[in-house]
Write a protein that binds this ligand. Structure first.
Ligand code: PLP
Length: 389
C-alpha cells in the first residue's frame, strides 16, 4: 500500500540533497568548531559558511544568527531570554496570542509562575490575531510581544509587519515564531522590522534537532544555558555542525522554490477542498481562505471525532493529524480553533491535511475518495450528527 503523507506541518522528510551534503560531512568534518587545530577550524569554517547562507536567506547579518536544537529551544530562548533581560529595566509583562504553539504558550506560563505577568491576545473567526487588542495590551512594563508568523494548525498568516511596527513605536521587543512560515512565504527580517525570529530544520526538509533564533543586533536577551562561550555566549553547547550544514542547504532549496511551490499548493488545496466538500456534506474550512499558507488545509467534519478520522485514514495508508502534533492523543478541542470561536462540535471533528513537496494531485484525489465512506460510517455511530433532511 502506498503511504500518503499529509502531515508535513508535523515534520517533513529530509530532502535527498540535504542528506547527501550531511552524509559527506558526517564522515569528513567531525572536528569540534571550538578546537583550535586544523580539523576543528575546518568544522568552524563550514559552520560559519552555513550561518552566512542562512543570514542571507533571511536578510540578516551572520552575527545575528544563533543555532539552537530546534524551534522549541529557539522559542524558549526568545521568550524567557527577553523576559529576564527586561527585568533589568523593571519590565515584567509579556504579551503573546492565544493561538501560539505550546513552545511559546508554555514558556509564558512558566514565566507567569515565576513573577511575570502576561496578556494573551485573541483572534477573529478567520484566525487572524487582533492588532487592536495588541495596542491595548501594551503597557510601560511590557518587555516582549511574541506572535507567530503562520499558524501550525490552520496555516493562517499573521500581520507581522504591522505588529512589529506597533511594538517598535512602543519600544517593545517583538519576536515571531516563523517555524511554519520559512520556506513557504518570503521572510526578510528587515522588511518585517522584527527583533527576533525562530525557525526549525525539520519543517523545511532538513534534519530534526536543529533550529535558529535570529536576534537583531542590540536586542538584549539573558542566556538560558550556561557553559562554554558558544554562539557568542547566548547558547552554550557544542554546535551540531552537520545538522547546521543540512539546515542551510534545506533552507536554500525550500526558499528558492517558494513561488513555484506556493502556486502548486494553491491549486492542489483548492482542488482538494472542492473534492472533499462535493463528496461529503457538512465539511468546513477553518481559517482564512486567502491569508493562509496554502499547503495547510484544516477541515472540520461535523459530528465526528477527529481522532477517529485519523485512525480510519491511517488504515488506508494516509497520515494526517488533528490540531498540533504535540496535542494529538488528547480529545481536548484545539486551543487554536477555540480562540477562533469555532463551534466545539466542529472543533472536535477537525483534521489538518498538510501537503508538502512530494504531495501529488493523485494522492489528494485518493484521499478525498476514501473520506465519504469513513465519514458516513462514523456519522452513523455519532449521536452528535443529524443527517441533513
Ligand atoms: N513552533 C511551531 C509553530 C511549530 O509548528 C513547531 C513544531 O511543531 C515548533 C514551534 C517546535 O519546533 P521543533 O519541533 O523544532 O522543536
Amino acid at each position: 500500500m502506498e503511504q500518503i503523507y499529509l502531515d508535513n506541518n508535523s515534520t517533513t522528510p529530509m530532502h535527498e540533497d540535504v542528506i547527501a551534503e550531511m552524509y559527506k560531512h558526517m564522515s569528513e568534518t567531525y572536528g569540534n568548531p571550538s578546537s583550535v587545530h586544523n580539523m576543528g577550524q575546518k568544522a568552524k569554517v563550514l559552520m560559519e559558511e552555513a550561518r552566512e547562507k542562512i543570514a542571507n536567506l533571511l536578510g540578516a547579518k551572520p552575527s545575528e544568527i544563533y543555532f539552537t536544537s530546534g524551534g522549541t529551544e529557539a522559542d524558549n530562548l526568545a521568550v524567557k531570554g527577553a523576559a529576564y533581560s527586561g527585568l533589568k529595566k523593571n519590565r515584567n509583562h509579556i504579551i503573546t496570542s492565544l493561538i501560539e504553539h505550546h513552545a511559546i504558550l508554555e514558556s509564558v506560563h512558566f514565566l507567569e509562575k515565576n513573577g511575570f505577568t502576561a496578556d494573551y491576545i485573541g483572534c477573529d473567526h478567520d484566525g487572524i490575531v487582533s492588532i487592536e487588542q495588541l495596542k491595548k495590551a501594551i503597557k510601560p512594563e511590557t518587555s516582549l510581544v511574541s506572535v507567530m508568523m503562520a499558524n501550525n494548525e490552520t496555516g493562517v498568516i499573521q500581520p507581522i509587519k504591522e505588529m512589529a511596527a506597533v511594538c517598535k513605536e512602543a519600544g517593545v521587543v517583538f519576536h515571531t515564531d516563523a517555524v511554519q512560515a520559512i520556506g513557504k512565504i518570503p521572510v526578510n527580517v528587515n522588511d518585517l522590522g522584527i527583533d527576533m525570529l525562530s525557525l526549525s530544520g525539520h519543517k523545511v526538509y532538513g534534519p530534526k534537532g536543529i533550529g535558529v533564533l535570529y536576534i537583531r543586533k542590540g536586542t538584549k536577551i539573558t542566556p538560558l544555558s550556561h557553559g562554554g562561550a558558544h554562539e557568542r555566549r547566548k547558547r552554550a553547547g557544542t554546535e551540531n555542525v552537520v545538522s547546521i550544514v543540512g539546515l542551510a542547504k534545506a533552507m536554500e532549496i525550500a526558499i528558492g522554490k517558494i513561488d513555484q511551490e506556493q502556486a502548486r499548493m494553491k491549486e492542489l488545496s483548492e482542488f482538494f477542498i472542492n473534492e472533499v466538500q462535493s463528496k461529503v456534506p457538512d465539511v468546513f474550512l477553518n481559517g482564512s481562505v486567502e491569508n493562509r499558507v496554502k499547503s495547510t488545509v484544516n477541515l472540520s467534519f461535523l459530528g465526528v471525532e477527529g481522532e477517529a478520522i485519523i485512525l480510519s485514514l491511517d488504515i488506508k495508508g494516509i497520515a494526517v493529524s488533528s490540531g498540533s502534533a504535540c496535542t494529538s492523543g488528547s480529545l481536548e478541542a484545539s486551543h487554536v480553533l477555540k480562540a477562533m470561536d469555532v463551534d466545539v462540535l466542529l472543533a472536535q471533528g477537525s483534521i489538518r491535511f498538510s501537503m508538502g513537496k512530494d504531495t501529488t494531485k493523485e494522492q489528494l484525489e485518493y484521499t478525498a475518495s476514501v473520506l465519504p465512506e469513513i465519514i458516513n460510517r462514523l456519522r452513523e455511530m455519532s449521536a452528535a450528527y443529524k443527517k441533513p433532511a
